[in-house]
Structures are given as C-alpha cells and as structure tokens.
Design a protein around this ligand. Structure first.
Ligand SMILES: [Zn+2]
Length: 432
C-alpha cells in the first residue's frame, strides 16, 4: 500500500488547562478528593468569599500535624499539600505549560528578582501580566527577590531601608526595598506574593540572625503598607530566625499579630541539615494559624517534604526536579538514577517502571541517555517532565493518604518518604 507511513500514536495532547480541573494522567492530583466521614472536618469558612485566597483544611492526620486542604485563587484552585515547580525566568525550564499541567501541577512559582532585572516588570505587565507571559492561566506565586539578592548578587550594602546590589546580568546597581519588591510583584500580578525578607546563610553568627529577624519584621509591615492590590493578590509573610527556636518563635508571633493571609517558613534548606530543619518546623509550624496556608520555601528532597507535611506544612517549591532533570538525574522511588551512566546504553525500560509521565510512556532510558550525549534538548526536557511528575505523584499520594486516614502507614511504608540527597553536591540546591 502506498501513502506515507503513519506517525506513531501519541497520547492525546494534554487537553487540560491549569484552570480546569482534571489532569490527563490518572488522578494526578488536581481532582477533588473524597473525604471519608471519619476524618475531622474544619468548619466551612463563609467569611472568605471576597478574599483573593480562600483556604480550607479538609482533613487532618490523627498522628501528626499533617493536613489536607484546598486553596482557591482568582486563577483557580490548588490542592494541598502542594508542590510548585519553579519557573525562574517566567518559564519552567524547557517544559511546555500544558506538560507542566499534565504532571498534575496546579500552582507554579516565578522569581521576582530575575523578572525585575530582565525583562522588567513593566514589560511583563504591558504584555498582559505574568499569567499571560508564562502561558499559565492557573495560580502563580512570586517570591520577593530577597533570597536571590542575598544569595546570587554582589551585595554592596544592606541597611534598614533595603539592599543595594549589582545586577548579575549587567553589573548595574539596583536598590531593592520592601516597597519596591511589592511594586514589582503587584505589576507582575501573581496570585500569591511574598514579603521582602532578609535571608542570612545558615552558618551566620547569632547576632546577624537576630538583626535579620528585626529587619524582616519591619519590612513585613512596609510590604503590607505598599501592597496596592490586596483584592487580587495575597501577601504572605516569611518567618526567619535560622535554627534558633526562640528567635523563630518571636518572628512568627510578631508576624501572626500582623494578620497575613498566609505564612512561609524561610531560611531552611540552606545547609542546616535535615534534623535541624525538622526541629525548626516542629517548633514554628504549630504556632502558625490553623486556617491559613503554610509554605516551606525552597524545600526539598521527598524525605524533607514528607517530614514537613507531617509538621503541618501545606505548600512547597524546589528547583530539584528541574535542575537535576537537566543534569540527567532522575528521581525514582528506589532512589536517583543518573542517565548518563554507560549501563543505560541499551536499556529499553522507561526511566521508572509504572510512571505515567510523557517521558516514561514514550522513551527508553537508552534513548534519553543518547539525547544527553548528543546535546539534544529533548534529554533535559524529558527528565524534567519525569521528575516533576515524580514529585506530583508523591504529593497526590500524600493527599490520598491524608484523605483516607492512612498517612502514618504511608510514611512508614513508602520508600519515597526516605529519599534524601545521594551525593553532597545536591544536598543544598543552589539558588536559581
Ligand atoms: Zn516518568
């Protein structure tokens, strides 16, 4: 028979839009969970209807502080505990938004620092706001730029007013203040925006942590005053204080008194170690208001996420799935695999058996290894897709366990709950 050969059968293009509710793969996470009758329920909060972020706790674990929840923003809902892929420069590197949605991701993060320096928030706003810019009509969170200023840039001066630094792009001198960070985030238009905070390194001396907490508190007040779009965007405050619990508690108490719509714990996963992180979370998270979302910034490995969920954290972001994906490092339930390894040359299996992601459905390990060695873009793209899906399957399974009252068994039995760094070089993700 003549005619051109038929193209291989691909699965239907992920038809989901982040604003709609059904991921194409299994029950990847955005479907509403059925809450069994024996789960403790929160009272329905009718007083939230006019807020830009409504949040409900739907179930609580009886043996830990973990909770299942659902948030509703002006750009749609997301289920918690939630993992946000990082779209540093307005793009989840290499992954089409439809494919990000197909991993079960419902909310994503973008970096104020990068977008402020290039192309500039005014350009993003002129092009129709960050949702349009990123091709992502669903919920978005922007960070304040603080973390990048303190970790990436050549800082000239920190004072009570703000930070003066040299742009890592062109060396120009930039002055970032709490009001300026909020001005940028108001222009970008994300659903959740973050207060500008000071984030010292974990090993900073105690007086510096103390000073940073005082500044973070003062700046949180200035951010709230500067916030020009409180009906559209929810401003979260960030608890700092290093590993000093008393300092953390003071910071949390003061911020809670200022009544923000959500709270983040910052300054962790910066080299303090897993046990120290758990210690801080055990002290701080129970202090945070029950009826507001809690966000642990920049964390982490599956082990860290599961432990933080158990302490009562609802939201996460981390560059690990995408950064490691670009380096041929794939997460699997049995541990990481490095796809550049020669043992994969003729490996006909998927990255992870049983994974329903685009990469695992369509490509062999051998092919993906070849793409990396040939410098083909598809290699980093495919492993990023797999890794994001790996994280979203973990989150969906955590939510399912919370809904079913089996989170304790899940933590004890599921091998993913102990996956931490396998090599020192990936212990602390560098800022992106
Ligand atoms: Zn996969």
């Amino acid at each position: 028979m003549g005619g051109p050969p038929m193209p291989p059968q691909l699965p239907p293009r992920p038809a989901v839009h982040p604003v709609h509710d059904t991921p194409p793969h299994g029950n990847g996470g955005s479907t509403l969970l059925r809450i069994p009758a024996n789960c403790e329920r929160s009272p329905v909060m009718n007083d939230q209807a006019d807020r830009p972020l409504q949040f409900r706790v739907l179930a609580r674990d009886s043996a830990s502080r973990a909770r299942l929840g659902r948030a509703l923003t002006r750009h749609g809902p997301y289920d918690t505990p939630a993992f946000m892929p990082v779209g540093t420069q307005g793009s989840v590197k290499g992954v089409l938004p439809d494919h990000v949605a197909a991993t079960g991701s419902q909310v994503i993060l973008a970096n104020t620092y990068h977008l402020m320096l290039r192309p500039g928030e005014k350009v993003v706003a002129e092009l129709g706001d960050l949702h349009k810019f990123m091709g992502w009509p669903g919920p978005i969170l922007t960070d304040s730029g603080g973390f990048q200023v303190f970790s990436l840039s050549d800082i000239n001066k920190i004072n009570d007013d703000g930070v003066t630094f040299k742009s890592h792009i062109d060396g120009s001198v930039v002055h970032l203040t709490p009001a300026r960070s909020i001005e940028v985030q108001n222009a970008l238009g994300a659903d959740i925006i973050m207060a500008f905070d000071e984030c010292p390194p974990a090993d900073a001396p105690e007086p510096y942590h103390r000073e940073a907490v005082e500044r973070t508190l003062r700046w949180a007040g200035l951010c709230r005053e500067a916030h020009a779009r409180p009906r559209d965007q929810s401003l979260f405050a960030i608890v700092q204080g290093g590993t000093d619990l008393a300092l953390r508690e003071r910071c949390a108490r003061e911020l809670i008194a200022m009544d923000f719509p959500g709270y983040a714990v910052g300054g962790l996963a910066v080299g303090e170690g897993f046990e120290a992180m758990k210690g801080v979370l055990a002290g701080v998270t129970p202090m945070l208001p029950e009826d507001k979302p809690r966000y642990l910034m920049g964390v982490g490995f599956p082990r860290d996420i599961v432990a933080a969920v158990a302490s009562g954290i609802d939201m996460f972001d981390c560059v690990l799935p995408t950064r490691n994906g670009r380096n041929a490092y794939a997460f699997t339930a049995r541990g990481a695999i490095r796809l550049r390894n020669s043992k994969f040359i003729r490996d006909a299996g998927p990255i992870e058996a049983g994974c329903d992601c685009y990469a695992c459905v369509h490509f062999t390990r051998g092919a993906i290894r070849h793409f990396f060695f040939a410098g083909e873009m598809l290699g980093p793209v495919l492993v990023s897709v797999h890794n994001i899906r790996f994280y979203q399957r973990l989150m969906a399974d955590i939510r399912r366990a919370l809904a079913g009252g089996t989170f304790g068994e899940f933590r004890a039995d599921d091998p993913r709950c102990s996956l931490g760094p396998t090599e020192p070089d990936v212990e602390s993700p560098a800022p992106q």
